[in-house]
Design a protein around this ligand. Structure first.
Ligand SMILES: NC(=O)c1ccc[n+]([C@@H]2O[C@H](COP(=O)([O-])OP(=O)(O)OC[C@H]3O[C@@H](n4cnc5c(N)ncnc54)[C@H](O)[C@@H]3O)[C@@H](O)[C@H]2O)c1
Length: 417
């Protein structure tokens, strides 16, 4: 089997998770990393776990010369610059077979489109890493229900939620660097999965046409004085000045272009889910059938009593974004596989070795960014946004949400006071 030599740009949280996932992926070696911080640690981890003889490179250009594909695992606000550097490296002779970018593709449509154009200009196949679409549970329900769907008709309602108690790094909380709050950070997952599961079996990813979106953004926990101060002390981000949404919910309506049927995907995201840890919840309802996925339901529970709790050093070993290290704890033994990281890496490997885009390419990522932006627009205007209106589509091309501009107080109102 031909092997793919992969290089990482960024060596933080997701890079470590993806390196963990690589342990279960055949034919891919992690051969290099470039990052402002964490490179040495990631390289040591890769060597120790046997996922590759990972070398630390001093620049994007050097990394690109020494691998077959690169993955952008750096923060949202450095995307355009970093992909520009990759495109320059290709121009200078680096022989890359593909480029991966984590969600969200851009902080807004303009940035996402810049990325699409940079990759096109460099003639690079792309992979947009939206892991939830690759989850084995999502694939299995599709496979199980495909024959039912053929006889009964497709799903008409999907609901998806991703929630946890808040991100790990300060830049996520800063709406100007991240691109917004939870709607930008996690709404992109839930909107994508909703659209995906509603799509009739065998039809392309964007077959269902987005018709309308109605969304609400709110600051329910981290704007309260006590929590605002905690956030300021921990991250340096002041939600009295630049608040962001810690809760977002909404509904996207899609139109089936052949039958005219309208179907709906509801999404809910929060950074105020003070329960065990990260929870992904998805369900879908069709005529006479349904599915439901809850990532907190594990075959494994452990119990740690108060006396024993002092000996637990790392709460997050049980579950991503764990909030507790004692009591009855849900443990997911293989989160990298559960959340779809293994499968998205395999998909990118097969695509790049065959010289094509992955299942989800950057044009698809751009569409998801557009839906998130339309969600912010709906929250600002407090009305349903007609996605079939050419004037709205034009406006979205350059729209930057007030929250992302650092003017969240105008939208989140007194909730943040
Ligand atoms: N799919 C998921 O569920 C998921 C989960 C977490 C993060 N993410 C995404 O992954 C991306 C990274 O998130 P993270 O949690 O790993 O962030 P992080 O802050 O933990 O790590 C970022 C890494 O990028 C490096 N970096 C920052 N600026 C850089 C620059 N200019 N050049 C090179 N390296 C630079 C940092 O030094 C660090 O190594 C984000 O876009 C985030 O949305 C996705």
């Amino acid at each position: 089997m031909e092997r793919l030599r992969l290089g990482f740009i960024g060596a933080g949280f997701i890079a470590k998770f993806q390196a963990t996932a690589l342990h279960f992926v055949r034919g891919v070696d992690l051969v290099g990393v470039y990052a402002l911080k964490g490179s040495e640690e990631l390289a040591a981890f890769a060597k120790q776990t046997g996922v590759g003889d990972c070398k630390v490179y001093p620049s994007v250009a050097e990394l690109c010369k020494n691998c077959d594909a690169v993955a952008i695992f750096a923060p949202n606000y450095v995307r355009v610059d970093l992909v520009g550097q990759v495109a320059d490296a290709v121009q200078a002779g680096a022989k890359l077979k593909g480029i991966i970018c984590e969600k969200p593709l851009g902080r807004n449509v303009k940035e996402a489109r810049q990325l699409v154009n940079l990759a096109k200009g460099a003639k690079l196949p792309t992979a947009y890493f939206e892991n939830q679409i690759h989850m084995k549970a999502v694939k299995s329900q599709l496979k199980q229900l495909a024959p039912v769907q053929k006889t009964m008709g497709p799903l008409s309602l999907a609901r998806s939620a991703e929630e946890h108690a808040g991100p790990h790094e300060p830049w996520f909380w800063d709406p100007t660097r991240q691109g917004g709050g939870v709607l930008s950070d996690m709404g992109c997952h839930s909107i994508a999965i909703g659209w995906y599961v509603l799509t009739p079996v065998g039809k392309p990813l964007t077959y269902l046409q987005p018709a309308a979106i109605n969304a609400e953004t709110a600051l329910l926990k981290w704007g309260q004085p006590k929590w605002r101060k905690k956030l300021l002390d921990k991250t340096g981000v002041d939600y009295a000045k630049t608040p962001a949404d810690d809760f977002a919910t909404g509904m996207v309506t899609y139109r089936n272009p052949d039958t005219g049927q309208l179907v709906k995907a509801q999404f809910t995201n929060s950074w105020m889910y003070d329960k065990q840890g990260l929870r992904l919840l998805m369900d879908g309802l069709g005529p006479g059938y349904a599915f439901e996925i809850n990532s907190l339901l594990s075959p494994l529970n452990i119990f740690i009593g108060d006396e024993a709790a002092a000996s637990v050093a790392d709460a997050e070993s049980a579950l991503e974004k764990s909030t507790a290290s004692r009591g009855l704890l849900a443990v997911q033994p293989n989160e990298a596989d559960l959340y779809g990281y293994v499968d998205e890496l395999e998909d990118a490997r097969d695509a790049f070795l065959a010289g094509r885009d992955a299942l989800l390419n950057w044009e698809y990522g751009l569409e998801i960014t557009k839906l998130c932006m339309a969600g912010y627009l709906s929250g600002e205007r407090k009305r349903t946004i007609d996605l079939t209106d050419p004037a709205i589509q034009k406006e979205l091309e350059t729209y930057v949400p007030l929250i992302a501009q650092g003017k969240g107080g105008e939208v989140l109102g007194s909730e943040g006071a």
